[in-house]
Write a protein that binds this ligand. Structure first.
Ligand code: ADP
Ligand code: MG
Length: 687
């Protein structure tokens, strides 16, 4: 294989081609043990007949030209030729149709019997490297775009998921008795993964179509595009212990200010008012004290050791400040100043200088253009905006945008308790994956949220996320969904692999839950943070209105959950506590009036049924406050409760009371149910 591939690639290079022709591709594939129809080159009518006779009729003739990528478009494919006469005639027709092209000859190959048509392809993404695509061929791919993607390399589980993820997968598993050899298909996908990972020269690949049979398959058409450089995407692997960044013993603030309104005032004030546990050193050229703390004009004059230097000086002098921080022995520079890559070329140049200064000085950089780190378990708030009191919670948040560390937090802190909020800004050095890895290991963190505009760390992101999701849920909100991936597109696969499809695949492959928007992300985080995971997929639904009970039930089944079966005696026990007009089965519907003690009693009876894995309770907004104490007092024994309250915006004080009691409140039964389903799915993923 090795030699054949090199030979073919070298020849293409000699001829300055970046496109391998069908017979070359098939030869490479065959050498890997992939079955194809084969293809032999004929340069005359007689030669074509000779090959046809030796491989046996019926045969297919196809144009062979480095200039023709889509062969059938202009009559370059002649199918089902049954004798020498037909071969001769077709040969002549093909040659005449492509008179103006550089024609090498005609490929003669076996006519493959019709099977289930699929497409297998590879494209390259600038961030994640090679991406494998699989889908049903023909109209399914052309019109319905029913394909699935995975970042390479893939394993057995990944290819199984690829096959089951397409909407038409039932067609593969047996439709009207016809089924295909799924094991052979998986082997094909794994072999393509191996080949493309091994040969970074392969820029794009299309096997379109492949015919699948009850026994085996055949690659009917193949094309490969080569990359001139053939460089593998670098894996951004850096090993640093980020512990001292998140739990520093001492912080120097370069640019700490005594003038209210300045960012340097805000940051220093946040550190003081939240009672940072370690030593704090304001550094200010002019001021002798900053907010009552003695200041020094230069970091070199700080008396103790410095773990973290927060840099808030103007962009132009940032690299110098980083340099000085390094000389002082700081392990991390948190650059909160703005005015870098986000403003253009000049800023990019400064970023390069910062990175160089940090590398030379042996420190790592967070930011620039970020809002630092909040760690409530370390009483540390480095935000640029003033932050009020925060509770200590287990939600970890990585955000590219600073607003999550102040503006958004201002509201969210009433119902959500964060552990760590890390803003990463322009990600000059420390990126989303580094932080994700740390949050994965930090025992104070139970759920990780990520707000991302892009991912810089490629394949490492997937590898780390896969490990983290075994321990705790990871929820990602990827902004810029609609951004069009503008790139030169040559293969079919590349044209289908939009930026958003790739991120979808990356998240799915990593086990990350993809959030649609902020509301969705924090709804999930809230439930994961406040409630245990459901031990099974059965749910007891309690509501005060029939329609909402029906809506919840529909939502359960649409999200892969179900109504739980109540134990035999549950009905009798419910009859004892509920009024006679209430039907004592799941969903329990009080019809119009929802007494808090009935709700408590119903849940307690439900808890005794093993099939009940969790509760969705639709509450009345008008008397929301009356449920707080009764619901809080229940011993849930590891089963989650999620509630919903229509128009909860108008009962915000009571919603806050409920959530502070640890019971999540959602606006609609659909949201509550969707969240419960994600909790259940995560329980299956977790170790
Ligand atoms: P194109 O360059 O236009 O994609 P293909 O080689 O895919 O050309 O041929 C066009 C169609 O002809 C295929 O989609 C397939 O249906 C049919 N075909 C091509 N080669 C064979 C073959 N060897 N056996 C059976 N059908 C074939
Ligand atoms: Mg084709």
């Amino acid at each position: 294989m090795e030699e054949l591939f090199r030979e073919i690639v070298d020849q293409a290079k000699d001829e300055s081609r970046t496109y391998l022709m069908e017979h070359e591709c098939k030869a490479v594939l065959e050498s890997l043990g992939i079955s194809t129809t084969g293809a032999e080159v004929a340069c005359s009518e007689d030669e074509a007949v000779e090959i046809a006779e030796s491989i046996g009729y019926p045969v297919v003739l196809k144009i062979l030209s480095p200039e023709v990528v889509h062969k059938s478009d202009a009559g370059g494919v002649k199918l089902d030729l049954k004798d020498a006469e037909e071969v001769k005639q077709s040969y002549g027709e093909i040659i005449r149709a492509f008179e103006d092209k550089d024609v090498m000859g005609v490929a003669v190959q076996n006519m493959a019997p019709q099977g289930v048509e699929v497409i297998v392809g590879v494209t390259r993404d600038p961030t994640f490297g090679p991406i494998l695509m699989f889908g049903l061929g023909g109209v399914f791919v052309e019109v319905l775009k029913d394909v699935s993607f995975k970042v390479l390399p893939v394993d057995e589980n990944d290819v199984e998921a690829m096959i089951s993820e397409i909407k038409g997968h039932a067609l593969l598993e047996g439709y009207r008795g016809a089924s295909v050899d799924l094991q052979a298909l998986k082997d094909l996908l794994l072999k393509i993964s191996e080949m493309v990972t091994k040969y970074p020269e392969i820029e794009e690949l299309d096997l379109n179509p492949v015919f699948l049979y009850p026994d085996g398959y055949s690659v009917v058409d193949a094309r490969i595009f080569l990359d001139k450089e053939g460089v593998a995407p670098e894996s951004a692997k850096v090993e640093t212990d980020l512990r001292d960044l998140f739990y520093p013993r001492s912080i120097a603030v370069l640019g700490a200010s005594d003038t209210p309104g300045k960012l340097g005032w805000n940051v220093f004030n946040n550190l003081l008012s939240h009672k940072f546990e370690g030593d704090l050193y304001p550094v200010n050229i002019k001021a002798e004290t900053v907010q009552g703390v003695a200041a020094v004009p230069n970091i070199s004059e700080v008396e103790g050791d410095v773990d973290v230097a927060i840099v808030l000086v103007p962009a132009a002098v940032t690299s110098m400040a980083v340099s000085e921080a390094c000389k002082k022995g700081a392990k991390f520079a948190v650059v909160e100043s703005a005015g870098f890559a986000e403003i253009g070329e000049g800023g990019k140049k400064i970023e390069k200088d910062i990175l160089e200064a940090a590398k030379d000085g042996g420190c790592r950089v967070l930011g620039p253009n970020c809002s630092g780190i909040i760690n409530t378990h370390h009483n540390m708030v480095q935000s640029i905006g003033v932050v009020d009191e925060l509770g200590k919670g287990d939600i970890g948040l990585v955000a590219q945008a600073g607003v999550y560390a102040a503006g958004m937090l201002w509201g969210m802190r009433h119902t959500l308790d964060f552990g760590i909020v890390a803003t990463i800004g322009n990600k000059l050095d420390i990126n989303e994956t580094d932080v994700l890895e740390f949050l994965g290991e930090d025992d104070n963190i139970g759920v990780v949220c990520m707000y991302l505009e892009d991912v810089k760390s490629g394949r490492r992101f997937i590898d780390i996320a896969r490990e983290v999701v075994k321990k705790k849920p990871v929820i990602a909100l990827k902004a810029g969904r609609t951004e069009a991936g503008k790139k030169a597109i040559s293969s079919h696969t590349a044209s289908l692999a939009g930026n958003d499809q790739i991120y979808d695949a990356v998240f799915r492959q990593s086990g990350i839950i993809r959030a649609r928007n902020n509301n969705h992300m924090f709804s999930l985080a809230k439930a994961f943070s406040k409630q245990p995971l459901p031990p099974n997929d059965g749910v007891l639904v309690v509501s005060y209105a029939g329609s909402l009970g029906v809506a919840t039930t529909d939502a359960l089944y649409m999200n892969g959950l179900r109504l739980a079966e109540l134990d035999e005696d549950a009905e009798d026990r419910l009859k004892e506590i509920l009024p006679p007009y209430v039907g004592c089965h799941n969903p329990v519907d009080y019809t119009f009036d929802m007494n808090p003690n009935w709700v408590k009693g119903t849940i307690e009876i439900g808890l005794d049924s093993v099939d009940v894995g969790g509760f969705i309770v639709v509450l009345q907004a008008e008397i929301l406050n009356s449920y707080v104490e009764p619901l809080k007092s229940i011993d849930y024994r590891g089963k989650p409760i999620l509630t919903c309250v229509a128009c909860k915006e108008f009962a915000m004080d009571d919603v806050i009371a409920m959530e502070q009691a640890g019971i999540p409140v959602f606006s609609t039964p659909e949201t509550a149910t969707e969240v419960m389903a994600e909790m259940y799915r995560h329980s299956l993923r977790a170790d």
